[in-house]
Design a protein around this ligand. Structure first.
Ligand SMILES: Cc1ncc(COP(=O)(O)O)c(C=O)c1O
Length: 333
């Protein structure tokens, strides 16, 4: 990954390499953390974060579902995110906030392990590749089922739950595919390992609803609205596995991957990205980059990069300057 200057950690901007945690941090052992993936785009109105408030609200909801308090107010995290982007001199980047149980108490019930928070930003190209976005990707239905609401909380973007996505992603990558599609515990279509899924069948756009154990994707919501505004019919309903192969078009949405067409599933050829996928993808990208007036409210403007402010001189350095000596020199020796 590409390193930048600063990470925001527990209320302070610290150098990238100093943003470390104790090895006995609770979240490190048990996955007791919640996170977000967010993107900032350098668009028509300068750098702006896509649906920052919605992502941070989901972060707070994810924490609450696992009985974890937020150590900082959402508004503070929002301002810190924008300040971090400016100070790192970035115009577009991926943004990763994480709130987790830190060091202080072990065992499964550890309400006194302090809650900690960090935000990192770094340049990161589209997750499934630029070619995937243009030509479509190859996907495989995973042998792993998406976590069931009877054993975990699919609505929460909780760190520990991602072991499920990692199993599916690893299986598909090892088998030579670009992405995994997970079924839910009922054997119905759920989502990608890090994206929501949409199909086009008989002129309608269909996507699994909330009972299918999906993560309530911010991009899913955005794409549903865009598609309806464009005059398409979008139906949230259960989807049988075979419908993946019978679909006229399939695409995935997520912050990391953005909107990516699927051209092949389980070696069934779906063909080139279809017309509806293309039209929605183009409008979605306009929305991300501030080219669509009607969706400007989704963009949170960051302002121009400022870079890292010069470090305040220490009292010793000030004194040394006054007497014309280098601060590190041994005066008088
Ligand atoms: C499991 C899972 N599903 C769906 C998504 C898509 O969510 P969003 O559009 O909010 O990025 C993500 C990405 O965060 C994810 O990890």
């Amino acid at each position: 990954m590409e390193k930048v200057e600063l990470i925001w950690m527990n209320g302070e901007f610290v150098p990238w390499d100093d943003a470390t945690v104790h090895v006995l941090s609770h979240g490190f052992h048990y996955g007791t953390g919640v996170f977000e993936g967010i993107r900032c785009y350098d668009g028509e109105r300068g750098p702006a974060v896509f649906r920052l408030q919605d992502h941070l609200d989901r972060l707070a909801t994810s924490a609450e579902l696992f009985y974890m308090g937020m150590p900082h107010a959402v508004e503070e995290l929002r301002e810190a995110t924008k300040e971090l982007i400016r100070r790192n001199g970035l115009r577009s980047c991926y943004i990763r906030p994480l709130v987790f149980r830190g060091y202080g108490e072990m065992g499964l019930y550890a309400p006194h392990a302090p809650m900690e928070a960090m935000i990192a930003v770094w340049p990161w190209g589209t997750y499934l590749g630029e070619e995937g976005k243009q030509k479509g990707i190859r996907a495989k239905v995973s042998s792993w089922r998406r976590i069931s609401p009877q054993g975990a909380i699919p609505h929460s973007k909780a760190s520990g739950q991602y072991l499920n996505s990692i199993l599916a992603k690893t299986e598909s990558a090892n088998a030579g595919y670009d992405e995994a599609i997970l079924l839910d515990d009922r054997g119905l279509v759920c989502e990608g390992s890090g994206e929501n899924i949409f199909l086009v069948r008989e002129g309608e756009i269909v996507t699994p609803g909330h009972v299918a154990s999906i993560l309530d994707g911010i991009n899913r919501k955005s794409v549903i609205q865009i598609a309806r505004d464009l005059g398409y019919t979008v139906v949230e309903r259960d989807i049988a596995r075979a419908e993946l192969y019978l679909a006229d078009e399939v695409f995935l949405t997520g912050t990391a991957a953005e909107l990516v067409p699927v051209r092949e599933i389980d070696d069934h050829d779906l063909g080139e990205p279809g017309e509806m996928t293309r039209v929605i993808q183009a409008k979605f990208e306009d929305a991300l980059c501030g080219r669509a007036e009607e969706y400007l409210e989704w963009l949170d403007e960051v302002g121009e990069p400022t870079g890292v402010p010069p470090r305040e001189p220490t009292p010793g350095e000030v004194e040394a300057e006054e007497i014309g000596e280098p601060a590190s020199g041994k005066v008088g020796s």
